[in-house]
Write a protein that binds this ligand. Structure first.
Ligand SMILES: Nc1ncnc2c1ncn2[C@@H]1O[C@H](COP(=O)(O)OP(=O)(O)OP(=O)(O)O)[C@@H](O)[C@H]1O
Ligand SMILES: [Mg+2]
Length: 320
């Protein structure tokens, strides 16, 4: 039976040793789940740990603690063979398709790589047929298979990146700033392509982005991260229309409003103050030095992510 939650993440930790007794807690005890066929948006300032979450989920990094349950199976206790089968079903699309596509390989070779690793297609001819199909699926042409990455535009390269990830028929894809480097009009094309594939193939996405309006458009739920912690998580428009965490409120107030009349009266609540270091973080809320609502407890006790009403979660001691 298919489990409703394709992914369940419990108390996930990913630490980096960055010097003698210097531990950088890039992802520090976070929990969330993603429903099959839905999109979870993940936002937060640069360096807060979004990419590290994505890379740990798809096993590009080994977690330092917690559990990653994919389709009911615990990834961390899987053996090598099971892990290979599980990771085929989880793919990643990167921000910079140029850096992630090997410049010495043709697009056909790049897309075939996963097919070879996972023994999809009996021979080269069969694999090339799959490559042609994939190229057409992402809006490119079969002739593009013989070209090299530098012969494409940024948007086309991202289509190649998507074709490569789809080649192994994944169920879950981490889109890490997949559209951030593209022009606005091309961004919309790529997002629509991703939405289209989601509808047709029942894909599940973790959609990481800086651009909050794009995340709002594509996501069924949104998670907000701050220095290795999840600070807010909610369904649909909840996080945008009723942000409860002071950090989310600050993050959203920096987003321009499309309506000029409302924009004029819109107060930008700047995120001021010192960002704490993720190296050997002290107990307490990591946002407290920048938080307009901080009280004594905030510097001492780390707030837990709790339900503040109908599944809307936040980690703050001072929610009104
Ligand atoms: N391989 C690594 N070794 C040491 N530190 C790392 C490594 N990868 C990431 N970090 C650190 O972990 C923290 C989180 O980085 P990460 O790349 O996950 O952030 P991000 O939210 O994706 O940022 P951005 O929005 O800029 O992409 C940062 O402080 C970063 O310097
Ligand atoms: Mg990143």
């Amino acid at each position: 039976m298919l489990s409703e939650q394709i992914l369940e993440v419990k108390n996930l930790k990913k630490y980096f040793d960055v010097g003698p007794r210097q531990v950088l807690k890039a992802v520090d005890d976070i929990s969330f789940s993603i429903k099959r066929g839905s999109t979870l948006g993940l936002v937060g300032e640069s360096g807060c740990g979004k990419t590290t979450v994505g890379r740990t989920l798809v096993s590009l990094y080994e977690a330092d603690g917690g559990e990653i349950i994919f389709d009911g199976k615990d990834i961390m206790s899987a053996n090598k063979k099971e892990l290979k089968q599980l990771t085929r079903r989880m793919q990643m699309i990167y921000q910079d398709p140029y850096a992630s596509l090997n410049p010495f390989f043709t697009v056909g070779e790049i897309i075939s790589e996963g097919l070879i690793i996972h023994k999809i297609g009996a021979n080269k001819k069969e694999r090339m047929e799959i490559v042609y199909e994939l190229l057409e699926l992402v809006g490119l042409h079969r002739e593009h298979a013989n070209r090299f990455p530098h012969e494409f535009s940024g948007g086309q390269r991202q289509r190649v990146g998507i074709a490569r990830s789809l080649a192994v028929e994944p169920e879950f894809i981490v889109c890490d700033e997949a559209i951030s480097a593209l022009d606005v009009s091309i961004q919309a094309q790529i997002v629509n392509l991703l939405v289209d594939f989601q509808d047709k193939m029942g894909l599940t996405y973790l959609f990481i982005a800086h651009d909050l309006s794009m995340v709002r458009y594509i996501s069924d739920r949104t998670a907000v991260m701050y220095l290795g912690k999840l600070v807010e998580l909610g369904d649909g428009d909840e996080v945008y229309s009723h942000p409860v965490h002071p950090y989310t409120q600050g993050l959203l107030s920096a987003v321009p409003i499309a309506d000029p009349r409302r924009e004029r009266s819109h107060k930008v609540q700047l995120l001021e103050g010192e960002v704490q270091s993720p190296i050997n973080p002290k107990p307490g809320c990591r946002f407290f030095k920048r938080c307009p609502k901080a009280t004594g407890i905030c510097s001492e006790v780390t707030p837990e992510l709790i339900d503040v009403g109908s599944g809307h979660m936040a980690a703050c001691h001072n929610i009104d």
